[in-house]
Design a protein around this ligand. Structure first.
Ligand SMILES: C[S@@+](CC[C@H](N)C(=O)[O-])C[C@H]1O[C@@H](n2cnc3c(N)ncnc32)[C@H](O)[C@@H]1O
Length: 265
């Protein structure tokens, strides 16, 4: 049986994305949309969001009047974004299916965003460099790039299997009333390549607690250290303007978020 990959093959990672990732205090994205809106006011549009997913960031930027393009490699995530567009009126973003390490949009942007840790989906340094070089080509001289990553916690990156990292229940799906429990049952780290594979099992129950569906998929990411990012930016022709540990301007902090604001050299 083919392994289901997070976001790429549909299923709960896509269907429940907007319910699970609604943001708020204590979450990695707390304050990110407001932060990106303020940055867009500084740079002006057009704005490109790479790995835009269901449009969590794209749509508010568009609502604020910016000319926005969102690119994602998952047709399933883009389908959710498009369905939200059908329920709205006014300005709409351009949504494009593509790989953030291999895109040609034949235009340039004043602001390019890679929100919510999506850069970790690039699994090798070569892919990361390729992506940053593509960004540079699509960025205007006075433009900015913002990348959000997590700062790796070393205790979670040891060369072993970590078991039962995480167990949580998702808020009920308002469309069906069904609840989904999520167990991140295992994480397999490879410190040599700085990648890990997590196995996520989703169990959906109806209002009577009957199991309706159980799905397993994997999430594969590459962890990237602060100074690696700094060197990658230098290598691909960017200058660091600011670095934060949260979207409220906190100084860099171990195990928190990495938020980079960079410009073209
Ligand atoms: C955590 S979601 C972030 C979605 C959105 N940016 C947000 O902040 O809510 C990660 C997204 O990255 C996309 N993605 C992963 N690798 C990609 C790649 N190489 N090119 C484009 N999109 C990619 C996935 O399909 C998924 O939609």
């Amino acid at each position: 049986m083919k392994t289901r990959e997070h976001y790429q093959n549909g299923g709960p990672s896509v269907d429940l994305y907007d319910i699970r990732e609604a943001g708020g205090p204590g979450t990695p994205c707390d304050g990110d949309v407001e932060f990106y809106l303020r940055q867009a006011e500084v740079t002006g549009g057009p704005v490109l969001e790479l790995a835009c997913g269901t449009g969590r960031v794209t749509l508010p930027l568009c609502d604020a009047g910016f000319d926005v393009t969102g690119l994602d490699r998952s047709e399933h995530m883009l389908r959710v974004a498009r369905s939200k567009l059908r329920e709205r009126s006014g300005r709409t973003p351009k949504l494009v299916r593509g790989d953030m390490a291999r895109f040609h949009l034949h235009r340039t942007f004043r602001l390019i965003l890679i929100p919510y840790r999506a850069f970790h989906h690039l699994l090798t340094p070569a892919e990361q460099r390729r992506c940053l070089l593509k960004v540079r080509r699509h960025l205007r001289r006075d433009g900015r790039l913002i990348v959000h990553l997590f700062d790796p916690r070393l205790d979670l990156c040891l060369p072993a299997r970590n078991r039962a990292l995480n167990e949580r229940a998702c808020a009920p799906d308002p469309r069906t009333g069904h609840r989904t429990e999520l167990v991140v049952g295992e994480r397999l780290n490879d410190p040599l390549t700085q990648t890990f594979v997590e196995t996520w099992t989703w169990t959906e129950r109806d209002r009577d607690d009957t199991v309706m569906r159980r799905t397993t998929d994997i999430l594969r990411l590459r962890w990237t250290y602060r100074f690696e990012m700094e060197h990658l930016f230098e290598l691909t022709g960017f200058t660091v303007i600011a670095r934060y540990s949260d979207f409220f301007g906190g100084a860099p902090r171990y195990g928190a978020e990495q938020i980079w604001v960079v410009s073209r050299e």
